[in-house]
Design a binder for this molecule. Structure first.
Ligand SMILES: Cc1cc2nc3c(=O)[nH]c(=O)nc-3n(C[C@H](O)[C@H](O)[C@H](O)COP(=O)(O)OP(=O)(O)OC[C@H]3O[C@@H](n4cnc5c(N)ncnc54)[C@H](O)[C@@H]3O)c2cc1C
Length: 641
């Protein structure tokens, strides 16, 4: 908590300039971000107001600094905020040059109100000049003194600046979503793709399979429908591929220090690309014959065609990253790797071992019982699975859904998902559940497996128990409670267990190992991704437990920077400038014009089940442009000293 001299944050006025306890002072305390390096903020100006901690902070120069940053974000498309910012800057510069008058303050107010009323996006309407209005209103004495030539803004001060938006904040990798969407709207798909690639090196993959938390945060949710952010990313990637495919940014400078990466999933790929781009020679050791991790041996083709992934992997290869496939590291020998000249190692081994379902018979080795991740891996690597009459899949997440939908395509007559909670608690995405239902997959809720039934070593059925829902557990979902005496049996020829995965820690069974957690993941510092052993970093699913593609990419992006800092003797800092400040609501409502969302086509159900063709089509160029035009550019800017 910080004692503030003044705050108009969120439109709530705290004014202690005449001393705490005076009539105007509501409270003296407020939570504020901490600057990188731990330095306290003296004053800040952001989309939702002005905050002054140090009463000596110069609000005049802070306002000038804010306007300078706001000008960079103004796109000029409707010109309103760009002209407005320029005009306010000109008035303030005139005042600072001794040519001001008392009327200037009224003019600033008129301009700011005009911009808020007429700009076409939320940046113009809400962010660009709202805090400037606050400053002029609540620091009238300082601005009047400027107009009268009695004071000047302090020259040569440096300010921190950061930009976010609700969608950017929700994205684990913090992609500049309004930025890349704006480029699509302006027919600059190539530049859009380059902006995406800064933080997402697998745009075609993420454009198809991302869990898109950005869309849940989209301001349009409250107006009509969220923007199809995922599909816009896909549109940029698809347009690039159709247009002949552009290369990735070239290596900046060649460096000597070699880096090893174990695991070629999204985390390993992101880290190896960014390290290579910084000039490090990078070698990736991958156990499987193919590169891509769960994106290649988990997510099925009908959701993510492998040529899309392979193309994006190929681009990374062309930057000079060395991939050694079929090279499982059985026992980690860091001492030996160091002797080979490696200065840093990134463990990105994912979570590929299926967890137990706690059911009798699961370790008996029955023909017809298999773990979900293993089943999908086998299929994607070309293994043959003969369709049986019925399969029951245990679990309620995306892995269970992928197994079920793959079985439907293999020709199983009956495919049933058994889940111990209800539809409301199911972690699988609603899109996948809808598509699975269309494909004839049955959902059997509030049942848990008790025993796998078998005859002559072959699965013949499943004993299960009914469940009821109790109070929410640690995950926030209601706890399933077995209903005593409700056991029953069902016939089935196959059971697939898909309730979760953990990492294979056998890699640490030699003399070199790093600290691990009780739940089978690798311990790593949440900021630097450093493991317990000097020089070894870890990230992605092997640290977080099974998560998402975009979280793994984010880990890889950060690990690359952290390894670079460690090798260059610099301190790695990843402080979020917005952490600590209330970024919730936008103070001014902004733009509310409704626009129809662009729709994509889905393959006919009968056609889907013929093979593994991609189910969802992308947006064509015209639809992508129309969809991009729905973006409200809800950029939020913050400048501080
Ligand atoms: C079936 C399925 C569907 C999914 N669907 C989605 C989805 O739709 N959207 C989404 O966002 N996420 C999805 N996920 C999750 C997502 O795929 C993972 O979170 C992500 O791939 C994790 O990336 P990673 O790089 O940490 O690990 P992984 O992708 O698992 O990659 C780890 C790599 O390390 C290799 N490796 C392991 N041990 C060794 C060793 N000793 N030596 C050498 N190599 C080794 C593995 O072979 C693997 O290639 C899904 C996961 C599964 C299983």
């Amino acid at each position: 908590m910080n004692t503030v001299a003044f705050s108009s944050w969120n439109g709530k006025i705290l004014d202690n300039r005449k001393g705490a306890g005076t009539k105007a002072a509501k409270t003296a305390e407020m939570k504020l971000p901490v600057q990188p390096g731990g330095k306290k903020i003296a004053a800040l100006m952001g989309w939702n107001g002005v905050v002054v901690v140090d009463p000596k902070a110069d609000v005049l120069s802070l306002t000038m600094a804010y306007l300078k940053e706001a000008r960079k974000l103004s796109c000029g498309e409707c010109s309103v905020c760009m002209i407005g910012i320029d005009k306010v800057e000109a008035v303030l510069n005139g005042m600072a040059a001794g040519k001001g008058s008392r009327k200037d303050l009224a003019e600033i107010e008129t301009i700011a109100r005009g911009v808020a009323a007429n700009a076409k996006c939320n940046f113009g309407r809400a962010t660009a000049l709202t805090p400037v209005l606050d400053a002029v209103k609540h620091f009238k004495a300082e601005f009047t003194a400027l107009a009268e030539g009695k004071t000047k803004p302090v020259a040569g001060k440096s300010y921190g600046a950061a930009v976010t938006a609700p969608c950017m904040q929700a994205c684990p990798a913090g992609l500049d979503i309004p930025g890349y969407i704006e480029l699509i709207r302006n027919d600059r798909c190539g530049e859009s793709l380059n902006l995406i690639r800064e933080r997402c090196i697998l745009p075609g993959v993420i454009g198809r399979a991302c869990t898109h938390p950005c869309e849940s945060a989209c301001v349009r949710n409250a107006i009509d429908e969220p923007l199809a952010i995922r599909l816009l990313k896909r549109a940029a990637a698809d347009a690039d591929l159709a247009g002949g495919a552009s290369a990735l940014s070239a290596v900046v400078e060649d460096k000597k220090d070699k880096v090893a990466v174990i695991g070629a999933g999204p985390a390993g790929l992101a880290a190896s690309y960014h390290l290579r781009r910084m000039g490090y020679p990078v070698t990736v050791f991958e156990a499987l014959p193919r590169v891509g991790g769960m994106a290649t041996v988990g997510i099925p083709d009908y959701r993510l065609p492998k040529d899309v992934l392979n193309h994006e992997v190929d681009l990374i290869k062309r930057t000079g990253v060395t991939f050694k496939t079929n090279s499982r590291i059985e026992k980690l020998n860091w001492t030996d790797l160091k002797k080979q000249g490696y200065k840093a190692l990134f463990l990105a081994i994912g979570a590929h071992v299926g967890t137990k379902i706690g059911c009798e018979g699961e370790d008996a080795g029955y023909d017809g019982f298999v773990q979900g991740a293993e089943f999908l891996r086998n299929l994607s690597l070309g293994g043959k699975v003969a369709a049986r009459k019925k399969v029951v899949i245990i679990g309620g997440g995306n892995v269970a859904l992928d197994c079920a939908r793959s079985c439907a395509r293999l020709g199983f007559k009956e495919v049933e998902i058994l889940y111990r909670r209800s539809r409301a608690e199911m972690p699988a995405s609603s899109e996948e559940i809808r598509e699975a239902q269309e494909e004839g997959i049955r959902f059997n809720y509030l049942k848990a497996p008790v025993k796998i039934l078998a005859k002559d070593g072959k699965v013949t059925g499943l004993e299960y128990i009914k469940m009821k829902l109790g109070e929410p557990d640690q995950s926030g979902r209601r706890r399933p409670i077995p209903v005593k005496g409700s056991e029953a049996q069902m016939k089935t020829d196959m059971v697939i267990a898909a309730t979760g995965q953990r990492s294979d820690l056998a890699i640490f069974s030699g003399k070199d190992g790093v600290a691990t957690t009780d739940w089978g993941s690798i311990k790593a510092d949440p900021v630097t991704f450093k493991s317990s052993v000097e020089g070894i970093f870890a990230g992605g699913d092997c640290v977080s437990g099974p998560a998402t593609l975009i979280e793994a990419l984010n880990a890889g992006n950060k690990v690359a920077r952290s390894i670079d800092c460690a090798l260059q003797g610099k301190v790695f800092s990843d402080a979020d400038p917005f952490a600590g400040i209330d970024t919730g609501a936008q103070r001014d409502a902004g733009f509310v014009v409704k626009k129809t969302a662009s729709k994509v086509k889905f393959l006919d159900v009968a056609r889907r089940l013929e093979d593994v063709s991609e189910v969802e089509s992308g947006l064509n160029a015209a639809d992508a442009k129309a969809e991009a035009a729905r973006c409200l550019r809800c950029y939020r800017l913050m400048v501080w000293e």
